[in-house]
Design a protein around this ligand. Structure first.
Ligand code: GLU
Length: 391
């Protein structure tokens, strides 16, 4: 299948109708009530403190101009500048971005980082765009939001379908506007431009450390675990490699087109060798199953590492696992959480399980502020320390 014909909307899973923002508000309300905080706390935190919607005109390679919609939500800056990624995806909505910014506040809080939460997004399908078009879009977005972002205001980072190259274009554009070098404006950038060693693998390592802690708590050796990972992008692919290297059985993998399953364990090094630049591994094998089927296969640990809402009221009662570790942001809907709770399936929430990315983003920002760069070993040791302190 040609990469151009991929339809991101149809294949990645079985995302339900998007209730992400109202779900964020409902869960926040429950938490604020349990903590006995005054009602104003909820009233203030239920919406982002600032939300910007921008139209970005981009000249496409065919000479036509297209207008892209972009968003940036800054949830709350009481703890410090706001922080959070920018995603490129056809499904991005203002509601999604607002909810994700709120979750970032909680993620930064739980990991004790001096940040509030933010999130950005552009409605686009990066797989259908050339590199030149992506560069123009990345730069256009920064021009559009430049007044509200900055190293002491709001610090972006990668998220779904954005990477260090996109961060490099964004940083370059920001430096041109501000007329001085400010590497601390954005994290997840290439090492040559002030990025941190270990940032690329940080989220997957954080998920791995969390998984190891869960195994310790449950007193089950990791090598006895059969794991399914839905998602083979930045997080899923490194995680699969680490688990394979440690001797755990990865019996299922999913990507944007579907899934692969083998109860005897998949050959992860072979799949990593043979994926394309979008992390697609299921475009060749004939034994491909759907993402829906993959999520319902029997395993010990299910790790959704792709889009939100894939575990929902439709499939919650059919999951066949003991533990869910949320590597993606918001993969389990509120209704599904209730079903899984009744079925005594342990769910390790995203704000805890996938915080490795923002933890090392924070380390990157500290290094930029100091102009003093750490070894990969130092980054790893500090990541593990911070990650495991939450559990
Ligand atoms: N996009 C990542 C997340 O959702 C990382 C954010 C960051 O590094 O600021 O946690």
């Amino acid at each position: 299948m040609a990469i151009e014909s991929l339809d991101l909307k149809k294949n990645e899973g079985v995302k339900e109708k998007d209730n992400s923002f109202s779900e964020f508000q409902e869960i926040l309300k429950e938490a604020v009530d349990i903590l006995n905080y005054p009602p104003q706390v909820f009233e203030f935190l239920k919406k982002p403190m600032r939300f910007l919607e921008v139209s970005i005109p981009i000249r496409m390679d065919n000479g036509q101009t297209e207008i892209f919609q972009g968003y940036r939500a800054q949830h709350n800056d009481a703890a410090g500048p706001t922080k959070g990624g920018i995603r490129f995806h056809p499904d991005v909505t203002p509601e999604d971005v607002k909810a994700l910014a709120g979750w970032m506040s909680l993620k930064c809080g739980i990991t004790d980082l001096p940040y509030g939460g933010a999130k950005g997004g552009i409605v686009c399908d990066p797989r259908k765009m050339s590199l030149d078009e992506l560069e123009r879009l990345s730069r256009g977005y920064v021009r559009a939001v430049s007044q509200i972002v900055g190293p002491t205001k709001d610090i972006p980072a990668p998220d779904m379908y954005t990477n260090s190259q996109i961060m490099a274009w964004m940083l370059d554009e920001y430096d041109h506007i501000r007329e001085f070098d400010s590497p601390g404006f954005i994290t997840g950038k290439p090492i040559a431009l002030g990025g941190s060693k270990g940032r690329e693998t940080a989220t997957s390592k954080g998920v791995l450390y969390t998984l190891q802690m869960v195994c310790e708590l449950k007193r089950i050796p990791l090598t006895d675990m059969r794991v399914i990972i839905q998602g083979f992008g930045n997080v899923g692919s490194y995680l699969a490699q680490y688990l394979y290297d440690l001797g755990a059985k990865v019996i299922g993998i999913g990507d944007a087109l579907g899934g692969l399953y083998d109860e005897n364990g998949l050959d992860i090094p072979y799949l990593l060798e043979n994926r394309d630049s979008f992390g697609i591994i299921t475009n060749r094998p004939t034994n491909r199953i759907t993402n829906q089927e993959l999520l319902e296969k029997e395993c010990d640990i299910l790790i959704p590492a792709a889009i939100s809402g894939v575990i929902n009221k439709q499939n919650g009662s059919r999951l066949n696992c003991n533990i869910v570790i949320e590597a993606a942001n918001g993969p389990t809907t509120k209704e599904a959480l209730k079903i899984l709770d009744e079925r005594e399936i342990l769910v390790v929430p995203d704000i805890l399980a996938n915080s490795g990315g923002v933890i090392v983003s924070y380390f990157e920002w500290c290094q930029n502020n100091q102009g003093y760069y750490w070894t990969e070993e130092t980054v790893d040791t500090r990541l593990k320390e911070k990650n495991n302190r939450q559990l």
